[in-house]
Design a protein around this ligand. Structure first.
Ligand code: NAD
Length: 438
């Protein structure tokens, strides 16, 4: 979705006049390479050998730190998960020349250990330092390059592989400066073009915007999709369902029977339920002092209370099977707050709370519950924001552009893969490393 301003600043005349141009982000294409160019694997940690092996298995060449022959590299993966003393962080500094050699849309992935699992102050400090490094580097990288951080644990190498591959790939185009924690040892090899084959996925709010894109990406990855939206969205919903060869379920998510109806539809029409994406959401903005009851209640009902209520059926007897996946849409507003959005921000912060608590409650069934918090995504919702505010929102991130609905969809499609079983109870920002709430 482009508007007049974007058309003007990306016009040939603007380019000739030297107006800074946002880099075209490398986005995932089935069958395409995992990443664009050789990968430098560095570090002293226990995963270095496996990381090299995975890069090789993906058909990508390994780069050497001082190899002048490979002048441009696609990604740098550093394993410092063994570092116990700040002195060992010097290794990061020596990677400066390699960072200079990163190609457009390059990637830096730093593997560490979750500091909350450690006790020795120097050890904790060293591991926590990695996060500060990654977040700063993300802000310095240019030309669509990103830096992200994976917290590995023990022998959880399947989960680590899945996360590293996500960050190297075009699936993570608009995910920058983020930390993903690998919790468990479960997980399976995530590679393959149809990781969701045989899965039944329900997407709410699927008639348009981000929800329609989630439906398309999950179907592309092999899932059978049930597209849910309000009855009034009937035609648009049918068009999405036709496109993904799925079924429609016209339904208001705030209705008391919504959860049971979803479970019943998935079971009777498709034989089961594996994935639920709670995407339906609304905004009813007003400064807090002028906030009326209807704006407050409707936003809380659609964005938060409906998910709590639907989850009772979805996670109850006869709902999601073991190994099921739930993903909830939060928002940057729920992390940073936003003027005029006290109702929306409260509902989306509430979603983060429900993700954390629900994930813990269902972990023993191998079900995962995660969230994604989009920043500025180009949709009808954001097209309605007044011009000046919209331009600020769009540019105030490390990638200097708004994200596409597909960027949110790709992150969700990764979280629901069998290979991402080790990621649970987390909220991943898809915001190009927004300066808000950073
Ligand atoms: P959108 O308004 O384009 O689409 C939302 C869809 O949800 C619509 O099809 C609508 O009919 C449906 N819906 C609303 N109420 C419903 C109900 N009661 N029952 C069933 N369906 C209902 O919005 P979007 O921009 O695609 O946003 C999708 C999600 O992402 C929302 O939860 C939103 O809060 C979140 N989000 C969006 C952005 C962004 O930049 N667009 C940023 C952060 C978070």
């Amino acid at each position: 979705m482009t508007d007049l301003f974007t058309t003007i600043i990306t016009s040939p005349v603007a380019k000739m006049a030297g107006v800074p141009q946002p880099t075209r982000l490398r986005r995932y294409e089935p069958g395409g390479p995992l990443c664009d160019g050789p990968v430098l694997v560095a570090g002293s940690g226990p995963y270095v050998a496996e990381l090299r092996q995975w890069v090789g298995a993906a058909g990508i060449a390994l780069a050497e730190a001082n190899d002048a022959a490979t002048d441009k590299i696609g990604a740098i993966v550093v394993d410092l998960s063994d570092a116990t003393d700040p002195g060992q962080l010097e290794l990061l500094r020596t990677l400066g020349p390699a960072v200079k050699r990163l190609r457009t849309n390059g990637r830096v992935v730093v593997v560490g250990t979750d500091p909350t699992t450690l006790t020795d102050p120097a050890h904790v400090a060293t591991q926590r330092a990695l996060e500060g490094f990654v977040r700063s580097l993300g802000k310095e990288l240019r030309a669509g390059a990103t830096a992200n951080h994976v917290l590995a644990r023990g022998t959880a190498s399947d989960g680590l592989r899945s996360a590293v591959e996500f960050f190297l790939s075009g699936r993570s185009a608009y995910v920058d400066g983020q930390v993903v924690r690998i919790d468990e040892t479960r997980g399976s090899n995530p590679t393959g073009e149809q990781p969701l084959a045989g899965k039944v996925a329900v997407v709410t709010g699927a008639a348009r915007g981000i929800g329609a894109e989630i439906a398309k990406v999950l179907a592309r990855d092999g899932a059978t999709v049930v597209a849910v939206d309000v009855p009034a969205a009937g035609e648009a919903l049918a068009a999405v369902a036709n496109q993904v060869r799925g079924t429609t379920l016209p339904l208001d998510v705030t209705s008391p029977e919504a959860g049971a109806t979803i479970v019943e539809h998935a079971r009777s029409r498709h034989g089961g339920l594996d994935i639920v994406v709670h995407n339906a959401g609304i905004t009813r903005d007003k400064l807090f002092v002028n906030m009326d009851e209807s704006r407050w209640q409707s936003v809380m009902d659609v964005n938060l209370r409906s998910i709590l209520r639907m989850n009772e059926a979805i996670l109850g007897e006869g709902g999601l099977g073991d190994g099921g996946r739930v993903v909830c849409l939060s928002s940057m507003a729920g992390i940073a707050g936003n003027r005029g959005q006290s109702n929306y921000a409260a509902s989306k912060a509430g979603v983060i709370g429900l993700v954390t608590a629900t994930a813990a409650a269902v972990a023993d069934r191998a079900i995962t519950v995660n969230g994604v918090a989009p920043g500025f995504i180009e949709t009808e919702m954001t097209a309605r924001i007044p011009f000046a505010t919209r331009e600020i929102g769009r540019r105030m991130n490390s990638l200097q552009q708004g994200g596409q609905p597909r960027d949110v969809a790709e992150t969700i499609a990764w979280l629901v893969q069998p290979g991402a079983a080790a990621v649970n109870g987390q909220v991943i920002r898809v915001c190009g490393q927004s300066m808000l709430g950073a």
